[in-house]
Write a protein that binds this ligand. Structure first.
Ligand SMILES: [Zn+2]
Ligand SMILES: [Zn+2]
Length: 880
């Protein structure tokens, strides 16, 4: 059985017996600040046993990830030296919360081991607590274990959560691995259960929680009895796979193999190499899971545990002759072998590898020099009783980044010891110095900033979203160096290292937060370059205060970075697609990428046609669906150009450049942040093409969620329109066309009706017309129309009479309106403007206009009828 099958069969066995399978709780305990890491299967259920929490089930089974590395200085040292210690391990467990008790726990454990996993009964032994007659009787009653294989122990078989609280007897199952497994061969002793050799091994502990111990030490019975069992996963795998040690099981095999491949060594050939290969395999697992939970290397707490593990593993790589950062590759093997059971490491794989690589590179800067110093000092120590001076260990710690247990680990390998008092003395002295030095730190940093060059801040890589570093400088307005920045201040914060991308290459700077353990919170609004190698975090202090020298935690806004990443990668694909569709004269003339969109300017002599745009959009989306791997590689500028990389728009390139590759589709120089595979972009949607200057076009586009949002906006708009039309989306267009047609028809009818109404009660005003020489003369009163109505009516009357003159008069709001229109054929004989010039004074006004059309106003409505009668006279139609 493979490890994965063993884990699964354990869970299946208990699922069939009514247990709820719960996923592993995190390594970082959520509700227990006293504990650095989850170090046993019961940790997530502690509050249930204490009665302060409940669960929606009474039976559970799980495989819990655990990390055991106490604050004590020398426990890490043992891992790798033997074949059964681990930092990271898995614990299989089944649980009863006030439900079943000893009978079922014992019967099922026996059934799984002997009936399902077929372990030989003749090799198994059970132990019970000295006074636990109940458990002893149950072993005889519900299993067929040989009665002489049940024995009683005192300390080994009583379990306590702590000084006080839940506790109870336990029953263990041991296996006899045969005389060859004894590691005390030849020395006088007896191989036995709970003995002192490796032949008998405990494989499963069944804890029966039935008492509560009070402060006086007295035991009382708990109201409910619980079962808590634990079986070391790596150990049971070794037993079932019949291999000599935990590191020989398949789960470790793939990880060890990665170490073998990188080092060019074989496991099992030389003990010294085997130790290093085991250290690397064990620590790589721990590191992978720690970083997956968001921990980054630092000088304190959990971050320091991670740093110690990484550095110890890096140093063992050195021992194997590996001369480059390599642990981030071993992480891949961990994900390969354990990703099925723990998907969180698959999801975080790229980021984990990046965090590990950065820490390896950082340590590589000092590892060799530190080792040289230590080697020389160890020679001196040998001549002085085998003790290394504490000051040396401190120097290694302070200057070369050697965690104390790394130095001790190296010493132990050479059978030397350390003078710890000396180390502690130096450590204390440094703390005192640091407090005094704080006051001078800013004053020293200031001239460096002013000078520009001495200060540098390193970008730790585009997969890392959180990092710890120290403040090198604080700059206020006009780049004025500051001692400290307090709440409300806006400052540029410069740190030694940062996960924040500083605006460059068209990509916006990151936003996020900078915090300290002392409670300071700074909101980073933008990140920009103060000098070529110096990133400034433009931040507002929201809470507390920071000083130069403070250790800070830098966390970018990951969602924003992710959106920027998609837009930036899509820009490169679009660039290549444009060259395919428009020609290779297309060159980037500028670009801007933020979290909402991408903007790309390029050389092209005319507008890009709709068909070409669609072709580009299709090609970009096809490349996205191809899901090509995206890789970056540092190389010399010359090598990059030889490799076919496109370099553009007067960017200043250093000697070393970053080459971005998307499969074989695109190769460009770029220092920005990018997706892992083109498929991550999801969707690409063009959002406009325009000209920005002669020969320069601009395309804007959206990707990922942004593209989806854009499409949804259009969809919502169409939905709203359809709803307003009371039509389905598909019928909306036809319905709208119909409505517009109806509107045109209605307008026509309104005009017609207005015309009729104007004459009063449907009277046809043409009844007043008179004929002169084949032309129609009309002068009539049409009260109630406004200017526009009057004009429209004049137009329509002129059309109807064909040839003639129309004079309309109206009274509105005590004012007189006069209007005259002459058909084209008669403008030689009649002049509309002149006509009104004569009529308007009659109604107390004035006006005039063109020969074919004129308007006038007047103040005397009582004279309107007379004026209209006079119009006929003037037109020579009086006698008709
Ligand atoms: Zn023995
Ligand atoms: Zn780029």
């Amino acid at each position: 059985m493979t490890g994965n099958q063993i884990r699964q069969s354990f869970l299946d066995f208990f699922r069939e017996r009514g247990h709820t399978i719960v996923p592993s709780a995190p390594l970082v305990p959520g509700n227990d600040p006293s504990l650095l890491f989850t170090n046993a299967g019961m940790v997530p259920f502690k509050q249930v046993f204490l009665g302060t929490e409940t669960r929606p089930f009474v039976r559970a089974a799980d495989s819990q990830k655990c990390l055991r590395i106490s604050g004590k200085h020398n426990d890490l040292e043992q891992v790798g030296r033997d074949t059964y210690h681990h930092t990271f391990f898995e614990m299989l467990g089944n649980w009863s919360f006030g439900d079943y008790y000893k009978r079922e726990a014992i019967a099922w454990a026996w059934e799984l081991l002997t009936a399902v996993w077929k372990l030989p009964k003749g090799q198994l032994y059970a132990t019970v607590y000295t006074t636990d007659d109940e458990a002893a009787a149950l072993w005889r009653e519900v299993t067929d274990i040989g009665h002489d294989r049940i024995s009683r122990f005192e300390d080994e078989n009583f379990w306590e959560m702590g000084e006080t609280g839940p506790c109870g007897p336990c029953s263990e199952i041991h296996i006899d691995r045969g005389p060859d497994a004894c590691d005390r061969q030849g020395r006088p002793h007896r191989c036995q259960v709970n003995g002192d050799c490796a032949r008998f091994m405990e494989i499963w502990n069944l804890v029966f929680i039935q008492h509560d111990r009070d402060a006086s030490g007295a035991l009382s019975d708990l109201p409910a009895k619980h079962v808590d069992t634990g079986m070391g996963f790596e150990r049971i795998c070794a037993v079932l796979q019949r291999v000599p040690g935990n590191y020989d099981i398949d789960v470790f095999r793939g990880i060890i193999a990665a170490g073998e491949r990188i080092a060019g060594k074989r496991y099992g050939t030389a003990e010294r190499d085997d130790v290093s290969l085991r250290v690397i395999a064990d620590h790589s697992r721990a590191v992978t899971f720690l970083v997956a939970e968001g921990i980054v290397p630092s000088n304190e707490g959990r971050g320091y545990v991670l740093r110690r593990l990484l550095r110890r593993a890096a140093r063992h790589g050195k021992l194997l002759g590996i001369d480059r950062p390599f642990l981030h590759e071993v992480v891949g093997a961990v994900v390969e072998t354990m990703g099925d059971a723990y998907p969180e490491i698959v999801d975080g794989q790229v980021r984990i590898a990046e965090v590990v690589r950065v820490e390896e590179e950082r340590f590589a800067l000092t590892l060799d020099r530190g080792l040289a110093l230590l080697t020389a000092e160890m020679d001196r120590a040998r001549t002085r009783g085998g003790r290394l001076a504490g000051e040396v260990a401190f120097r290694l710690y302070d200057t070369f980044g050697f965690p104390l247990d790394l130095t001790e680990d190296i010493l132990a390998g050479e059978e030397l010891t350390l003078e710890r008092e000396g180390f502690e003395r130096e450590m204390q002295a440094q703390r005192t110095r640091a407090r005094g030095a704080q006051r001078f730190a800013d004053a020293e940093a200031a001239p460096e900033i002013a000078g520009g060059a001495a200060l540098a801040s390193r970008f730790v890589g585009d997969r890392i979203v959180e990092w710890e570093s120290e403040i090198l400088a604080l700059l206020g307005a006009d780049r004025q160096p500051l001692r400290e920045a307090a709440s409300g201040a806006t400052v540029d914060v410069v740190t030694a290292e940062t996960p924040f991308y500083a605006e460059s290459g068209g990509q916006v700077g990151d936003r996020g937060w900078i915090t300290t353990d002392a409670g300071a919170r700074l909101e980073v609004l933008d990140t920009h370059k103060i000098a070529p190698a110096v990133a400034g975090h433009r931040a507002v202090v929201r809470q507390g205060a920071v000083r130069v020298g403070d250790r800070v935690r830098l966390a970018i806004d990951p969602e924003r970075r992710e959106a920027v990443r998609l837009n930036h990668s899509a820009t490169h694909i679009m660039h290549a697609a444009l060259r395919h569709h428009l020609g290779t004269h297309v060159k980037q003339a500028g670009s801007f990428v933020d979290d909402s969109k991408l903007r790309f300017d390029f050389s092209h002599h005319k507008a890009v046609g709709t068909g070409e745009l669609r072709g580009v959009e299709d090609e970009v989306n096809a490349v996205i669906r191809d899901n090509l791997p995206v890789t970056t590689e540092e190389m010399s500028y010359d090598d990059a150009i030889k490799a076919g990389a496109l370099a553009f728009f007067g960017d200043k390139y250093g000697d070393r450049v970053r080459v971005l590759r998307m499969g074989d589709y695109s190769v460009e120089l770029c220092g920005g942040t990018h997706v892992e595979r083109t498929g991550d972009i999801g969707l690409f949607k063009l959002d406009g093409e325009s000209g920005v200057a002669a020969g320069v076009r601009r395309i804007e586009a959206v990707t990922g969620r942004g593209a989806l949002d854009e499409i949804r906006r259009h969809e919502a708009l169409l939905g709203d329109i359809a709803q307003m039309l009371r039509a389905g989306e598909r019928d909306a267009k036809v319905k709208l066309e119909k409505l517009l047609e109806q509107q045109r028809e209605l307008e026509r009818r309104i005009q017609e009706l207005q015309g009729r109404l104007a004459g009063g009660a449907g009277r046809d005003v043409l009844a007043d017309a008179r004929r002169v020489d084949g032309a129609t003369m009309l002068a009539t009163r049409v009260d109630g129309l406004d200017d526009q109505g009057l004009r429209d009516m004049a137009d329509s009357l002129r059309d109807r009479i064909g040839s003639g003159v129309v004079v309309l008069g109206a009274v509105r709001d005590d004012r007189v309106l006069l209007l005259a229109a002459v058909t084209k054929d008669l403008t030689k004989r009649f002049h509309a403007g002149n006509l009104l010039k004569q009529l308007a004074p009659m109604v107390g006004g004035g006006g005039g206009g063109r020969p074919d059309f004129a308007q006038a106003g007047g103040k005397d409505p009582s004279r309107l009828d007379a004026a209209l009668a006079a119009a006929y006279d003037l037109l020579g139609a009086a006698g008709q």
